[in-house]
Design a protein around this ligand. Structure first.
Ligand code: HEM
Length: 573
């Protein structure tokens, strides 16, 4: 054993090495920060310096921990955090853009990010899919195979071309029928309770069942679902999918480590099982769908999966090169992404809309007027009823404007060292500016900030679905009302070539469910404890509003943080 002096002299070089390492790292960090700062200044936009890379792993991991501390700091020290935290950027509406301009730059050592809520810039970026790409981070969603949501370039054209036929009018009609069926069951379940909490849980079940019927041709009962595993399985199809969607990040990580199922704790083992079971179900679906097509020389039902297989197999049969076909892995990747992209988005939109209507009884009465007129008819056909639900559609638009599931859309710039320029004048005609995007710069399109910008929407934070309706006669009547087209500042489904292909699917599902509910029931705010009288109603209103506003990006979509605290009264009309 050496003397203390010997030990001290042995640790000195190690310490020196550590100090040298830290110094070199810091100098390199400052050099990169300085280079990016100079690039950011060249844009002539306002600049916010961030110590962390907005797309980096450290930011992703530390953000939730830093949140409560940052709220204690004065704004000049916490502004970078306010800008980058997606939860805050939703909570603050367009506050940050009002302070820093409709476009500004966040500088970090790794990259710069231009944040913009300028409608011209947003349309420009979304319209140029070859210049502005989905960032690599999307590839994490390739759990079951590459798909239309995660790929870029020619691959995207192929996926989009072959998946587009899935969203046709026959599928819309199927979505309508199934949504009415599920909506009716959900309503009788709610009416039997009189007062409900955690409505989001029910709207998620409903959305999943509609996707299952329209996606796989598998119908579930609203209450019982299909909890029994099919023959040869350990988990039901519905439970496997629900487990994956509710544990998305864990599923992404575990899908990369197939060996992990042997060593992880029980809860994670269930996620591993769900992944392998869902893969098996998809293999079986593909095989059985092909069998039906072979026997009947057609396809059983016009659902998403049969359309996807048919389109792809027809291309194969016609000897079309592989460049315009999807592999089985890619078919499975797309089926999964339809489920992921179409589940929480629609479920949360329904939940927010019902909460908003409960808080605004006068608007609920306005929608009911239309619903009663349309739904009193004997027939419940999609073609004749859906187009007449214009006020219902206006409620969806207004809900998405204020509580859109996707408040921000990220984009990377393709190729190195490119400077792109656009002249913007929309936010203020007197202050036209050039938006130039220097090298090493990504983009963040602040959809929610645009949706709550007073230059685009008068009285922007108020819930006013009537702003989407115009009447062609005076006095206004239901027959002469028209739904206004979506303006360039309104992009809850994105826009351009990569616009959400499930837009119509979501619109039809939303309209059917809202119409069936409001035709028979009235929704109003409630509290966990029963009570009545004006004071009770006022407290219930405040509580429900508070729970709804306590929302954040939980996973990829905006949702309420405490849905179990949301109580609503459902009374038969
Ligand atoms: C209210 C409901 C919905 C909203 C607000 C919504 C919103 C969006 C947005 C903003 C994007 C673009 C994301 C980006 O470019 O980064 C998108 C893409 C997509 N959505 Fe939706 N969505 C909804 C429902 C659905 C449904 C029901 C489906 C399928 C059944 C679906 C499937 C997809 C797919 C596959 C993409 C990727 C398209 C591509 O990149 O070419 N969505 N959605």
């Amino acid at each position: 054993m050496g003397t203390p002096q010997h030990q001290q002299s042995a640790t000195m070089p190690v310490l020196k090495l550590i100090v040298l390492g830290i110094t070199l790292y810091t100098l390199n960090y400052l050099r990169k920060l300085h280079t990016n700062y100079k690039l950011a200044r060249s844009t002539h936009l306002n600049v916010v310096i961030s110590p962390l890379d907005p797309y980096g792993m450290i930011w992703q991991l530390t953000q939730p921990l830093l949140n409560s501390y940052m709220r204690l700091l004065p704004e000049r020290l916490s502004l970078w955090f306010k800008v980058m935290d997606m939860g805050w950027s939703w909570e603050l509406d367009d506050y940050v853009h009002r302070k820093l301009g409709s476009s500004f730059v966040v500088v970090s050592a790794e990259r710069n990010v231009i944040y913009t809520c300028d409608k011209e810039a947003v349309q420009w970026v979304l319209g140029r899919r070859k210049d502005f790409l989905k960032p690599d981070v999307y590839e994490a969603l390739d759990i079951f195979g590459r798909n239309v949501d995660t790929v870029n370039g020619d691959d995207w054209s192929r996926h989009r071309k072959l998946t587009a036929p899935c969203f046709n009018e026959r599928v819309s009609s199927l979505v309508w029928d199934e949504s009415l069926r599920q909506g009716r069951s959900m309503l009788s379940h709610w009416l039997s309770q009189g007062k409900i909490s955690d409505m989001v849980d029910d709207t998620r079940t409903l959305a999943l069942h509609v996707l299952s019927a329209a996606g796989f041709g598998v119908s579930h009962d609203f209450l019982e679902g299909n909890a029994k595993p099919a023959e040869g399985h350990l988990m039901s199809h519905r439970d496997a999918l629900t487990t994956i969607l509710r544990n998305l990040v864990t599923s992404i990580v575990l899908s990369q480590m197939p060996w992990a199922k042997r060593v992880v704790p029980k809860k994670l083992k269930d996620v591993c099982l769900a992944i392998s079971e869902f893969r098996l179900y998809m293999d079986e679906l593909l095989a059985s769908e092909r069998e039906v097509m072979r026997k009947e020389k057609g396809f059983s039902k016009p659902n998403l999966i049969s359309t996807l297989i048919r389109t792809s197999d027809e291309a194969k049969a016609e000897g079309v090169q592989s460049a315009v076909r999807l592999t089985d892995e890619e078919i499975k990747g797309n089926i999964f992404i339809f489920n992921l992209a179409g589940h929480d988005t629609t479920a949360n939109s329904l939940a927010y809309a019902l909460t908003l209507l409960a808080l605004h009884p006068e608007i609920q009465a306005w929608v009911v007027e239309e619903v009663d007129e349309v739904m009193r008819e004997e027939n419940s056909e999609y073609e004749s009823l859906y187009p007449r639900l214009k006020r219902v559609q206006a409620v969806l638009y207004e809900t998405l404007r204020l509580y859109g599931p996707v408040p921000n859309v990220p984009r990377a710039v393709s190729g190195p060292n490119k400077t792109l320029q656009l002249t913007c004048s929309s936010s203020s005609p007197s202050s036209t500016y050039t938006l130039s995007i220097p090298p090493n710069t990504s983009l963040n399109l602040s959809l929610h900030a645009a949706h709550t910008n007073a230059a685009y929407y008068p009285d922007p934070t108020s819930f006013k679905p009537s702003r989407w309706i115009k009447s062609t006669s005076s006095p206004s009547s239901l027959q002469t009302e028209e739904l206004l087209p979506q303006p360039p500042s309104f992009n809850p489904w994105s826009s351009g070539p990569r616009i959400c292909p499930g837009m119509k699917f979501a619109q039809v599902e939303f309209a059917a469910v809202l119409a069936i509910l409001l035709h028979s029931a009235r929704v109003s705010p409630a509290l966990r404890k029963d009570g009545h009288g004006p004071e009770y109603e006022e407290r219930a209103r405040k509580e429900v509003y508070g729970v709804m506003r306590d929302s954040a990006l939980n996973g990829p979509t905006l949702s309420m943080n405490r849905p179990e605290d949301l109580w609503l009264k459902i009374a038969k009309r």
